[in-house]
Design a protein around this ligand. Structure first.
Ligand SMILES: [Zn+2]
Length: 208
């Protein structure tokens, strides 16, 4: 528990690369702490980075909702052409006796990105507006654990698999959803590149 740490142990940090234990020092704005043994970057002082990340995440949430609310594939069945959303495509894969592909596509293109996006936005918004609650560090650890399943590459691969598997009866619809997905991939990557996890942990554990 952070509250039981004594001041002398509270500011120790282990190098993520070589495990060298060292004392944390305050950095000037824009500065970075470098491990003296392996020269890995331990942490950076990036003023306002959590606000920037939150702004980009809020934009990503809007794009994610648009991308899922509007049709992205056109499906032909019995001579009719119907436009459907990504979730509709998942249901079609399921109906086409591809339950494993349907499950994987749902998990990698809808569930995992939605969880990461909404959980991270909620954590940053809670910190931004001073609402601290005990489950926040636990939720953030869950986000980190889900991270390998919601990365942009996995996300794009999921969409690609859905389209290829449905190619005999579906085609991509260039519309609001497709453009939103394109923008989402870029904005979400920008959000993650400005994200300073070290600063988030600091705010989560020492600001109480
Ligand atoms: Zn090191």
């Amino acid at each position: 528990m952070p509250s039981t740490l004594s001041p002398s142990t509270a500011k120790l940090i282990a190098c993520p690369e070589c495990d060298l234990l060292q004392r944390e020092i305050p950095l000037p704005p824009g500065g970075a702490a470098i491990c003296p043994r392996c020269e890995a970057v331990l942490y950076r002082n990036t003023p306002g980075s959590l606000d920037r990340t939150l702004a980009l995440l809020l934009a990503s949430v809007i794009l994610f909702v648009l991308a899922n609310a509007f049709p992205i594939v056109g499906i032909e069945s019995r001579g009719n052409r119907n436009a459907t959303t990504l979730f509709g495509a998942v249901l079609t894969l399921w109906d086409e006796d591809m339950p494993i592909v349907a499950g994987l596509v749902f998990f990698t293109t809808i569930f995992a990105p939605a969880f990461e996006l909404f959980a991270l936005t909620a954590i940053l918004a809670a910190i931004r507006w001073g609402l601290r609650s005990r489950p926040l560090p636990r939720v953030f650890r869950l986000v980190l654990a889900a991270r390998p399943w919601s990365m942009v590459e996995v996300f794009m691969l999921g969409v690609l698999v859905a389209v290829v598997k449905l190619s005999h009866l579906a085609h991509i619809t260039p519309g609001i959803a497709l453009w939103s997905y394109g923008a989402l991939i870029a904005i979400f990557a920008a959000a993650m590149s400005t994200f300073n996890a070290h600063e988030l942990w600091e705010r989560l554990t020492f600001d109480r």
